[in-house]
Design a protein around this ligand. Structure first.
Ligand SMILES: Cc1ncc(C[n+]2csc(CCOP(=O)(O)OP(=O)(O)O)c2C)c(N)n1
Ligand SMILES: [Mg+2]
Length: 545
C-alpha cells in the first residue's frame, strides 16, 4: 500500500501491467495523468496532433507487438476524435486501451454544459469496446486498469476504455496494485476436436481459411504443421495475410471479395476449416462456403461461430491451442495421402496471376518492384487506397504481424498513424504506410510527430488527385457522372520537407529506388507517386466459375 494521487495511480498501474509507451494529447481534465509522467522514466509519453492518432498509434503498436497499446485523451471532443480509430481497433480485434478524461464528478450526468461535456460519454464508447468503466475513486484505479488489460489478454482482444474524472485524479489515497495473474490456458472440448480431426482426415479436398484471429493467437507454427499434415491448402483473409507464409507450396494467398487463388480452390473443397475468421462478406462469390461443404469453425469468440455460415463442428478456443489439438488428433493416425497435388495448386496460382495481370497489370508491376526492396520482416500498413487493396493479392507476405489492415471498418486515413505506432514498437524494422492522396490528408500533420520523435516511417502516397475508389464507382455504376471526387493537392514531397521530413517524388517505375533510399536514410519520408485512377478489386465483377 502506498499514498499517491489518482494520476500517479494511473501511471503505477500502467507500469505494473508492463506498459512502456502511451500516446496522448493533453487537456485540463487529464493534466493529473500528464503530470504523473513527469517524475518517472519507465513509460514513454508521445504527444500527437489529433486524438485519432492516439488510438491509431496504440493500435499499430499493439498489432506488431501483440501487447496492448494505450491512448490518452480528454473527454468529449477528445474521445470523439479518437472514436473512428477505436472503432477500427474493434473491427480488427486489436487490444487498445483508451484512457479518457471526464468532467468533474459533481457535473457528470447533469448536462449543464461543463467543459468538454458529453452527457453519458461511456455510452458512445460502449459499442466500440469489449469492456469500459468509469472509475470514481483512487483506490479503484489499478483494479480497473488491470481488468481492462485482462479483458484484452483473454478471449477475443478488443478495445477497452477507462475514464476518470479530474477530481479523482487529483485526490490522494492509499493504493494497492493487484497481482498480475497469467491468463489461464484455453479450455478445449476434445469431443469436438476429435470430430473435427475425423472430418479433416476423411476429406478428399480439405481447405483452411485463416483470419486475423490466427494472427492474434500467434498460431503460424501450428497452422503450417496442420496444413502440411493434412496436405490442405491455406487461404487467408486480408486480416490474416502473412499468418501462413505466402511462399509456402500450400499457400493460396488472400481471398477477397470473391477474388484470389482461393476462388479456384474453394469451390472444390469438401471440408473447410475456418480459423479465427468471421467468414464475413469478403468470403463471398467463389470464396464462399457452400452446401454441401462441411464447415469446422474454430474461434475464441463463440458468437462468431456459425454466424455467417452454419458450422458442423464448433471449436471455441484460441487458434493456437485449437490447431495444436487438431494436429495431435490428426497425427494419431497415418498421415493421409495428399489430396491436392502441387501441380493443381500451381495451376490455380497461374490462373490467378493471369487474372491479376489482366485486371491490374500496373499495380502488379508496382508491387513487384516494392517487394524487391522490402525485407520479410518489414511492416506494411495497407491503406484504403487502390494499391492497398491490390497488395492483398500482388504482395507476398511471409511473416505474421507484418501486414496491417483496417478490416471491415475500411477506415480511410488510418494507414499513416497506424504505421507511426508500429514503428515506435519496432524501430529497427522498416515500416511502410501505403496510402492515397485522400487518406494521407486525414493525419498528415502527424509528420510533425514523426520528425519530433524521430519515427522513421516511410509513407508511399499514390496521388491520382481523386478519391479514386469513389470516382471509379461513378465511372462504372453511375455512367461516368463524376461529381465531388476530384481532389486538389499540394506537392506531398514538398510538404514533407517543410515539416522537416524527407520528401521524394518519383514515377512508379523508380519507386523501388526511392523506397531503398528512404529506408536507408532511416528518416521519416514521404514518397509521392503520381498514378491514374484505377479500378479497385471490389468494383470488378468476380468470376462465377
Ligand atoms: C472514414 C472513411 N470515409 C470515407 C470512406 C469512403 N472511401 C473509401 S475509398 C475512398 C477514396 C479514397 O481516396 P484515396 O485515399 O485518394 O485513395 P484512392 O482510392 O484514390 O487510391 C473513400 C472516400 C471510407 N472508407 N472511410
Ligand atoms: Mg486518390
Amino acid at each position: 500500500m502506498a499514498q499517491m494521487t489518482g494520476g500517479e495511480a494511473v501511471i503505477q498501474a500502467l507500469r505494473h501491467e508492463g506498459v512502456d509507451v502511451v500516446f496522448g494529447l493533453p487537456g485540463v481534465q487529464i493534466m493529473g495523468i500528464y503530470d504523473a509522467f513527469y517524475a518517472q522514466s519507465d513509460i514513454r509519453l508521445i504527444t500527437v496532433r489529433h486524438e485519432q492518432t492516439t488510438a491509431y498509434m496504440a493500435d499499430g503498436y499493439a498489432r506488431v507487438t501483440g501487447k496492448p497499446g494505450v491512448a490518452l485523451v480528454v473527454p468529449g471532443p477528445g474521445v470523439q476524435n479518437a472514436s473512428a480509430a477505436l472503432g477500427t481497433a474493434y473491427a480488427a480485434s486489436s487490444p487498445v486501451l483508451l484512457l479518457a478524461g471526464q468532467i468533474e464528478s459533481f457535473n457528470i450526468g447533469s448536462d449543464r454544459g461543463a467543459l468538454h461535456e458529453i452527457n453519458d460519454q461511456i455510452e458512445i464508447i460502449r459499442p466500440i469496446t469489449k469492456w469500459c468503466q468509469r472509475v470514481n475513486d483512487v483506490p479503484s484505479i489499478p483494479g480497473a486498469i488491470h481488468e481492462a488489460m485482462r479483458q484484452m489478454r483473454t478471449g477475443r482482444p478488443r478495445p477497452t476504455e477507462v475514464e476518470i474524472a479530474p477530481d479523482v485524479l487529483a485526490t490522494t489515497a492509499d493504493v494497492t496494485l493487484p497481482p498480475v495473474i497469467p491468463p489461464a490456458p484455453a479450455a478445449l472440448d476434445w469431443d469436438q476436436v476429435r470430430r473435427a480431426a475425423a472430418l479433416l482426415r476423411g476429406a478428399s479436398k480439405p481447405l483452411i481459411w485463416a483470419g486475423g484471429g490466427a494472427v492474434l493467437a500467434d498460431a503460424t507454427r501450428e497452422l503450417i504443421a496442420l496444413a502440411e499434415a493434412l496436405g490442405a491448402p491455406v487461404a487467408t483473409t486480408s486480416e490474416g495475410k502473412g499468418v501462413f507464409p505466402e511462399d509456402h507450396r500450400l499457400s493460396l494467398g488472400v481471398g477477397f471479395y470473391g477474388h484470389g487463388a482461393s476462388s479456384w480452390a474453394a469451390p472444390q473443397a469438401d471440408v473447410v476449416l475456418a480459423v479465427g475468421t468471421r467468414l464475413t462478406s469478403q468470403a463471398v462469390g467463389l470464396n464462399a462456403v457452400r452446401v454441401p461443404q462441411r464447415l469446422i469453425h474454430l474461434d475464441i469468440d463463440p458468437t462468431v461461430i456459425g454466424k455467417n455460415y452454419p458450422a458442423e463442428v464448433r471449436l471455441v478456443t484460441d487458434a493456437r491451442a485449437g490447431l495444436q489439438a487438431l494436429l495431435e488428433e490428426v497425427r494419431r493416425q497415418d498421415t493421409p495421402a495428399p489430396r491436392w497435388s502441387d501441380v493443381e495448386i500451381q495451376d490455380m496460382w497461374r490462373s490467378q496471376e493471369r487474372w491479376l495481370q489482366d485486371k491490374a497489370p500496373n499495380q502488379c508491376e508496382i508491387w513487384r518492384s516494392m517487394q524487391r526492396v522490402l525485407p520479410d520482416d518489414a511492416v506494411l500498413v495497407s491503406g484504403i487506397t487502390n494499391l492497398g487493396y491490390w497488395a492483398h493479392f500482388a504482395y507476398r507476405s511471409r511473416q505474421p504481424r507484418t501486414y496491417l489492415t483496417s478490416s471491415y471498418f475500411a477506415t480511410l486515413g488510418f494507414s499513416f498513424p497506424v504505421a507511426l505506432g508500429a514503428k515506435v514498437a519496432v524501430p529497427e524494422r522498416p515500416v511502410v504506410s501505403i496510402t492515397g492522396d485522400g487518406g494521407f490528408m486525414y493525419a498528415l500533420p502527424e509528420l510533425a510527430t514523426a520528425v519530433h520523435y524521430g519515427i522513421g516511417v516511410v509513407v508511399v502516397v499514390f496521388v491520382d488527385n481523386a478519391l479514386g475508389a469513389s470516382k471509379n464507382d461513378q465511372r462504372t455504376r453511375f455512367k461516368g457522372r463524376e461529381i465531388g471526387t476530384t481532389l486538389h493537392n499540394p506537392s506531398f514531397a514538398e510538404v514533407a520537407r517543410v515539416f522537416g521530413a524527407q520528401g521524394i517524388t518519383t514515377e512508379p517505375e523508380r519507386l523501388d529506388q526511392a523506397l531503398q533510399e528512404a529506408l536507408a536514410s532511416g528518416k521519416p519520408t514521404v514518397i509521392e507517386v503520381p498514378v491514374p485512377t484505377w479500378a479497385p478489386p471490389f468494383q470488378i465483377q468476380p468470376r462465377t466459375n
